[in-house]
Design a protein around this ligand. Structure first.
Ligand SMILES: C=CC1=C(C)c2cc3[nH]c(cc4nc(cc5[nH]c(cc1n2)c(C)c5CCC(=O)O)C(CCC(=O)O)=C4C)c(C)c3C=C
Ligand SMILES: [Fe+2]
Ligand SMILES: [Fe+2]
Length: 345
């Protein structure tokens, strides 16, 4: 019996054993592909001041009058094409849940007092509900792990903001740690390089070029100090060095531009349209900035960009999947978690 329990009054509720929570956080995804589910998700996402850094009053007018009435049709169509019929959810949700379950199994042998869970910045399961669930299971310490390899205020920071917002409502808070971005973590670089090598080995052709495509950001955010752009370039350089490739076999591009403002360049769409006329007929794309495949990789790249390339005269195209819930992918998260738990375990 623990010291505290021996000294409890007899009518005191039982105290749970102290545990450590590891909470994996990802972006979030709609609950379904119908108009209102998509609209609810987009409204929450695009009302986040870390994502849209504009005057909030002006932006809410634009969002509610011009974007939310129409965008859910386009976005809903994109989600419909990749929706998992069997489990009735998006791939991002499935992979994030699997990553948490597999990480839990990996850690259990060494650390029986660790509980792993997962939550989303937008939509369900909410970050707040999972922090409360971890506390209910006796977690007095919680490590928050935003599953974005490259830091951006629009992803990493807002994931942690949401967790701290939830903690503001909790009287007896757990001790909290936040994991840093892992764009140059050796386990991540090695896993990406291994995944590229094994994917290319499975083909009966060799790509002329491999594009590492990252989600874009307004260029203004970079000028205002967001390190995302540098993190993306560093990841690509380290992977290229690990593979021992020459500089011209691999390049960086940015996808998923939203709105009219200038975003980080080169734009993936423009790049892919021009490649065949420059002699690149066989193309591979990988998206290292996504810890799990999602609408931005499966629909935008593997369907949309594939078509763009073929229509521009490209001959062979392959998409290399994200690390997802593969053993290597889960080991990347395990390595990050193990180093960030130092002193707690
Ligand atoms: C991986 C890093 C990501 C960054 C950086 C990022 C910035 C960012 N995104 C938008 C707008 C949208 N993103 C959308 C989907 C989406 N974005 C990411 C990741 C990053 N976004 C993911 C993983 C997903 C997919 C989620 C899923 O359920 O599969 C969408 C919704 C889809 C659409 O309508 O196109 C929007 C909108 C902005 C404005 C932004 C930076 C400021
Ligand atoms: Fe996005
Ligand atoms: Fe997109």
């Amino acid at each position: 019996m623990a010291f505290a329990e021996r000294h409890l009054p007899t009518d005191h509720p039982a105290l749970p054993d102290e545990k450590i929570g590891v909470l994996l956080l990802n972006l979030g995804t709609p609950d379904a592909t119908d108009y209102w589910s998509i609209r609810r998700y987009l409204k929450e996402f695009l009302s986040d001041g870390r994502v849209i850094e504009l005057n909030p009053l002006k932006w809410q007018i634009i969002l509610n009058l011009f974007i939310l009435p129409t965008r859910p049709f386009k976005t809903g169509h994109a989600y419909e094409q990749i929706w998992l019929k069997e489990s009735d959810e998006s791939p991002l949700r499935l992979y994030t849940r699997n990553q948490a379950e597999k990480l839990g199994t990996m850690l259990a042998a060494k650390h029986p007092n660790i509980v792993v869970d997962w939550g989303m910045r937008y939509g369900n399961p909410s970050t707040e509900s999972r922090i409360r669930a971890l506390q209910e299971q006796g977690c007095a310490r919680v490590l928050l792990v935003a599953l974005y390899p490259q830091y951006s205020a629009s992803t990493t920071a807002t994931a942690y903001d949401k967790a701290f917002e939830a903690l503001m409502k909790i009287r007896w808070q757990p001790a909290i740690r936040t994991a840093p971005a892992y764009h140059d973590h050796p386990a991540y670089i090695d896993a990406l390089a291994a995944s590229i090598e094994s994917h290319l080995k499975s083909l009966d052709w060799t790509p002329d070029l491999l594009i590492t495509s990252y989600h874009g950001l307004p260029e203004r955010y970079f000028r205002n100090g967001d390190p995302y752009h540098c993190h993306c370039f560093k990841t690509t350089r380290l992977v290229r060095e690990k593979l021992g490739w020459a500089g011209d076999r691999m390049m960086v591009a940015f996808q998923s531009r939203f709105g009219k403002e200038e975003w980080l360049k080169p734009y993936l769409q423009d790049t892919v349209e021009e490649l065949p006329s420059k002699g690149v007929k066989n193309l591979a794309i990988i998206c290292p900035g996504f810890s799990a495949d999602c609408v931005e990789t499966l629909e935008e790249i593997n369907i949309g960009i594939r078509e763009t390339f073929e229509e521009a005269g490209g001959e062979k195209f392959t998409y290399i999947p994200c690390l997802n819930d593969t053993e290597d992918g889960t080991k990347v998260i395990e390595a990050l978690v193990e180093s960030e738990l130092a002193g707690w375990v």
